[in-house]
Design a binder for this molecule. Structure first.
Ligand code: AMP
Length: 579
């Protein structure tokens, strides 16, 4: 924990939606906030897509751009709120035509193409459950998810179908229809053309009564091992999407927002689709994957105001040594946010120096459905901290113990002490179950606290600091070591682009701290550099917790959403020890 504080410079006279954190936090209630959503006409409940699309299409914002899509070959498609309403109405009518029932699961297996957004919103409008699949999954993970979700409909491209699904044909009994986004003349009767069905469908649809507790979204999430968990969210989650858009992403009516995450990961759905639309602003979707020059050019040309990205992308930008300000005009950019992994202090400072804005870290997970802890637009940043809880969220660092065979917890009030990060239940986007795994779901709670599986500490000013996933913590010679602290120290060395730190089994120390290091362009691994790194970290962290072993590599294994897979590195070490 450092004492460094970055004060925020206000851009011009613009007021942020959350000027005084303490005041907003103490006055906030979800009940009061709910009036900011419209609800379905005639008191028919709450539907995510109505809040995201239809209510704007029925207002003076109907001709405002909702989605601006930039394709791989630079083609551009735009949908106003009115056009998006019509497209999603049509899709809902397609589902009716295909005999889909409320609660049935509709999946997409596509890249970031307009059909994905229309399917997602049209599905929830209809009352079915939307489940995104990452397009780079191989056949087995696709099969696992489709069958665990008992998906009835899959929207995909002929190319992805041929490469990923041709061998699965006979293993997906519950899958009733496969809708191709482009025609390819396949004669399988299960396969239909989405555009054909859309053309024939009625362009108006009346949203059926929707209970805020009706299921809306199914997200599969998995650690580095084990079967994926199906995380279920309900329509009521819309309020978290709206409130986080307001207070964390600080949306203003004319904003252009770009979330770089793929909807296959929860960030790409909650923020790549829903939160900006809840606010009626322009949501930019960029189809191609990461490319530094393309990203900088996009920020400039599209005049992006609020940018939401991830540490893995930021670290890739940090690796490239270019004078961003000389080459690009990023003057429209007002706020940069990051999520998904710990954001090293060095990355926050890099943002300030190279992009002219610090990067605002925020913390949440698939299970929470939306941002829970954040660095707000006008709140001073302590680099390396996740920030403070969202208004409406009670977060605590707790210790867990057993009492008469029951798990119990105590809240730790001592600043700086590490414990489990827990959230008081009751926020609107809290997951409602793990699909078909109710007992696993129940195990995530102690009383009315949800245990996140992360370890953290809280300082005397109320800022939360990430320590590590509970299962990534290293115990070396009796010391508990959070990998993030060691990785952040390594990142401050001028040669280091990325680092991952794990505990490797050791007969004397229990575990030995081992660092995997990716070097920046222009640096070569050798003994001298290793010695230099060792000395550098030792000086910062002291001998007890600094790495004893180093391994240089070209890249680190990462999940599809860009998280470093420490557990995989640990497993590899175990295998090497066994050999
Ligand atoms: P997922 O459900 O795949 O989004 O993963 C959620 C997990 O990612 C959290 O439980 C954390 O371990 C990690 N994570 C997400 N955001 C942050 C952050 N800002 N700082 C540290 N860890 C994070």
């Amino acid at each position: 924990m450092s004492e460094e504080i970055i004060k925020i410079k206000k851009p011009g006279s613009l007021r942020s939606n959350l000027e005084v954190y303490e005041e907003t936090y103490s006055e906030f209630s979800w009940k009061k906030a709910a009036v900011e959503l419209s609800g379905l006409p005639d008191n028919n409940g709450l539907n995510i897509t109505y809040e995201a699309v239809d209510r704007h299409a029925e207002s003076s914002r109907r001709n405002h751009t909702a989605l601006r899509w930039i394709g791989a070959d630079n083609q551009v498609k735009e949908y106003t709120y009115q056009e998006l309403k019509e497209a999603t109405d049509r899709f809902a009518n397609v589902l009716a035509e295909l005999g889909i029932q409320k609660g049935d699961v509709v999946c997409t297996l596509t890249g970031r193409i307009p059909e994905l957004y229309i399917t997602a919103l049209g599905t929830m409008k209809y009352g079915a459950v939307y489940c995104p699949l990452f397009s780079i999954y191989g056949p087995e993970p696709i099969h696992q998810r489709l069958s665990k979700g008992k998906a009835k409909i899959l929207v995909t491209t002929p190319e992805l179908y041929q490469t990923k699904m041709a061998g699965l044909k006979n293993r997906l009994d519950h899958l009733q229809h496969i809708l191709f986004t482009t025609d390819n003349g396949d004669d399988d009767p299960k396969i239909r053309s989405l555009s054909g069905l859309m053309e024939q469908a009625d362009p108006t649809f009346t949203i059926p009564p929707t209970d805020p507790e009706d299921q809306a979204l199914l997200h599969f999430t998995s650690g580095t091992t084990g079967m994926p968990k199906g995380v279920v969210h309900v329509h009521g989650a819309a309020l978290t999407h709206y409130i986080t858009g307001k207070y964390v992403l600080d949306f203003q009516p004319d904003d252009i927002f770009w979330c770089t995450a793929d909807p296959g990961w929860v960030t790409g759905t909650s923020y790549g689709i829903l939160a900006p639309l809840m606010h009626g602003i322009k949501n930019l979707v960029v189809e191609p994957e990461f490319d530094a020059a393309l990203w900088y050019k996009t920020l400039e040309r599209e005049k992006v105001n609020v940018w939401y990205t991830a540490p893995t992308a930021i670290r890739r930008l940090m690796r490239i040594n270019i004078d961003v300000h000389q080459k690009y005009d990023l003057s429209a950019l007002r706020l940069i946010h990051s999520v998904g992994e710990p954001l090293n202090p060095e990355a926050v400072r890099w943002g300030q120096k190279v992009l002219g804005l610090p990067i605002h870290d925020n913390w949440w997970q698939t299970e929470t459905g939306g941002i829970m802890i954040a660095n707000y637009a006008s709140m001073p940043i302590k680099p390396g901290s996740m920030g403070k809880p969202l208004p409406g969220i009670e977060a605590a660092v707790v210790e867990v113990y057993e009492d008469e065979d029951q798990q119990k917890l105590n809240i730790i009030n001592e600043p700086g002490k590490t414990g489990h990060l827990a959230l008081k239940t009751g926020w609107p986007s809290m997951f409602r179950t793990y699909l078909d795994e109710e007992s696993r779901y129940k195990k995530s709670f102690i009383g009315d606290w949800y245990l996140t599986g992360d370890l953290a500490s809280k300082d005397e000013d109320g800022y939360f600091w990430f320590v590590g996933r509970a299962d990534d913590i290293i115990k070396t010679a009796g010391h508990m070591v959070g990998p993030f602290e060691v990785e952040s120290a390594l990142m401050e060395h001028s040669a280091v682009a990325e680092a991952a730190v794990i505990g490797k089994p050791h007969p004397m120390m229990g575990e030995l701290v081992k660092a995997f290091v990716v070097l920046k362009e222009g640096f070569e691994p050798d003994e001298e550099l290793e010695m230099d790194l060792k000395g550098f970290v030792r000086k910062k962290l002291g001998p007890a917790i600094s790495p004893k072993e180093f391994e240089f590599s070209d890249d680190l294994p990462k999940t599809r959403s860009g998280k470093i897979m420490r557990r995989l590195l640990r497993d590899q070490e175990m295998e090497k020890l066994k050999a």
